[in-house]
Design a protein around this ligand. Structure first.
Ligand SMILES: Cc1cc2nc3c(=O)[nH]c(=O)nc-3n(C[C@H](O)[C@H](O)[C@H](O)COP(=O)(O)OP(=O)(O)OC[C@H]3O[C@@H](n4cnc5c(N)ncnc54)[C@H](O)[C@@H]3O)c2cc1C
Length: 465
């Protein structure tokens, strides 16, 4: 079965529209081939894995098979944060693995932000990498405890030299949003144009001899001496390894169905703001910006002076169903428009030029996992929630090391990590819908200055890593 073609324009992502690359599909896999390593998925995971494999062994023959086109998935649709945060927050990392490992993981994530910037430079990928850091605001008195807990978690790891706790006035000086009660600034972190990065990486790999086949859906994988990616028209065999890099789309594969859930997230983008509008917004530092809401928000200032506002997406669909076509129609764009004006009332009536949505992959414990079974010669890496721009590179590097026969960094618990399975349906659907609904009710109550709903603790317990 070959998936029906979805065009970049149908997705609506500004990043794809402005990636400055020819988005004409590369040819599909038309006849059987054999390579050293065969990779399914032309997003960051698949591309970074090829990149790190070639760093270790430049002569490896590698082919990537992508159902649509490189950057079709979350990699071409995300918020543009090169996040220094690991998917599991510092407090939970410390609880699970101890301070030493938690610290090492966070430092590795921060170092990878810089590595991404360096690779953009060395490969001449003009991905607007801006090491502006991360700023998280408490936008109500009710968010102050989360701000404090977040800072305390870094303090317990001895990492306060990389972060700064801001009082209300200091935070308001940086961003002139309403209801700012304080903030936490992380020095590490960058904003990036993910469309240019994903397309630029694909070109850089092709220059090194990697073959990329687009419009080619993998319908089966086989393992053993010569594992293979089987597509409708042809089979790609591998001497060394077959690697699966499908993130949220992995939920369609029987062996991975309950390892992840696909969670939608929605983005709206304004037209470039005028100088006067930027004066009223503040945010001159252009940090990756967010607040401590439960329904999540992430804001990015683009290189051409627009505001990207990302937030919750369409509700979880029964049995992890992913309807990419309907994603945009079901996304709650009105909600995002209202949130932007709530942050900055002066932007009432501002023009929005782009709106899109995509799927994140979320493991039950929010912990990504990297596996390579040397006997079966099959591996995968996935499960980055909303931090995959950088975490995918870390995990891809680990996967490449496993394939090359190394063990990976000893302080990397995500290697061979086995997350608990998501519940069977209908309990999964009921639980996730409950948490989505409860988080919304909690945020609405907080914004209105009301007490949290009585089930707030239960929802937090169920909905946080
Ligand atoms: C709206 C949104 C905002 C986000 N914001 C951020 C952010 O600001 N910062 C951050 O760090 N992370 C963010 N993320 C997460 C981040 O984008 C992802 O974690 C990351 O891009 C995952 O990369 P990937 O290559 O693993 O997956 P994807 O980019 O989803 O790529 C998987 C690819 O596999 C292909 N594929 C799947 N099945 C098959 C098959 N059977 N045959 C062939 N090909 C197949 C798909 O077509 C797809 O192209 C966001 C995600 C979304 C959706």
């Amino acid at each position: 079965m070959t998936a029906s073609a979805i065009s970049p324009a149908d997705i609506g992502s500004y990043w794809l529209a402005s990636c400055d690359d020819d988005l004409t599909r590369r040819p599909a896999l038309a006849r059987d081939e054999i390579v050293d390593v065969a990779i399914m998925g032309g997003g960051f995971t698949g591309l970074w894995t090829a990149w790190f494999l070639l760093q270790a062994a430049p002569d490896l023959s590698i082919a990537i098979v992508e159902r649509q086109f490189c950057g079709f998935g979350a990699s071409g649709r995300n918020g543009g944060w090169c996040s220094p945060r690991f998917p599991v927050n510092p407090a939970a990392l410390t609880r699970r693995f101890g301070a030493e490992i938690a610290r090492a993981m966070l430092l590795a994530q921060q170092a990878m932000v810089d590595t991404v910037g360096r690779i953009c430079e060395s490969e001449a990928i003009d991905a607007h990498f801006d090491p502006a850091g991360v700023l998280t605001l408490a936008r109500s008195a009710g968010q102050l405890p989360s701000l404090r807990q977040s800072f305390d978690a870094y303090a317990r790891l001895g990492m306060t030299d990389g972060c700064e706790l801001l009082d209300a006035r200091q935070a308001r000086d940086l961003v002139h949003a309403t209801d700012v009660h304080g903030g936490l600034r992380l020095r590490a972190g960058a904003t990036i144009h993910p469309g240019r990065l994903v397309r630029g990486l694909a070109r850089a790999l092709e220059r090194r001899g990697v073959r990329i086949y687009e419009g080619t859906e993998v319908v089966q994988t086989t393992s053993g001496i010569h594992p293979a990616l089987v597509t409708e028209g042809a089979t790609l065999r591998a001497r060394r390894a077959v690697l699966l890099a499908g993130e949220a789309f992995m939920t369609a594969h029987p062996a991975h169905r309950r390892s992840l859930i696909p969670m939608a997230s929605t983005i709206m983008l304004t037209a470039p703001l005028t100088a006067a509008q930027w004066d009223s917004v503040g945010w001159a530092g252009g940090e990756c910006l967010s607040s401590y809401v439960n329904t999540t928000n992430y804001l990015t200032r683009t290189a051409d002076g627009r505001i990207l506002f990302g937030s919750r997406g369409a509700p979880y669909r029964y049995a992890s169903d992913m309807d990419d076509g309907a994603l945009r129609e079901k996304a709650n764009f009105g909600w995002i428009r209202d949130r932007l004006v709530e942050w900055w009332p002066a932007l009432e009536g501002v023009e929005f030029t782009h709106r899109w949505a995509g799927y994140l992959g979320i493991p039950r414990d929010w912990m990504p996992s990297v596996h390579f079974d040397a006997a079966r010669r099959v591996g995968h890496s996935y499960g980055y929630t909303g931090h995959g721009v950088v975490t995918s590179a870390i995990c891809a590097r680990a996967l490449a090391r496993l394939v090359a026969g190394g063990t990976g960094a000893p302080d990397a618990p995500y290697i061979r990590w086995q997350a608990p399975n998501w519940e069977v349906e209908p309990f999964r659907w009921a639980g996730i819908r409950y948490v989505q609904n409860a988080f919304l009710r909690m945020d609405i109550a907080e914004t209105a200055g009301r007490r949290p709903p009585p089930d707030a603790r239960l929802a937090k317990y169920l909905g946080e890593p």
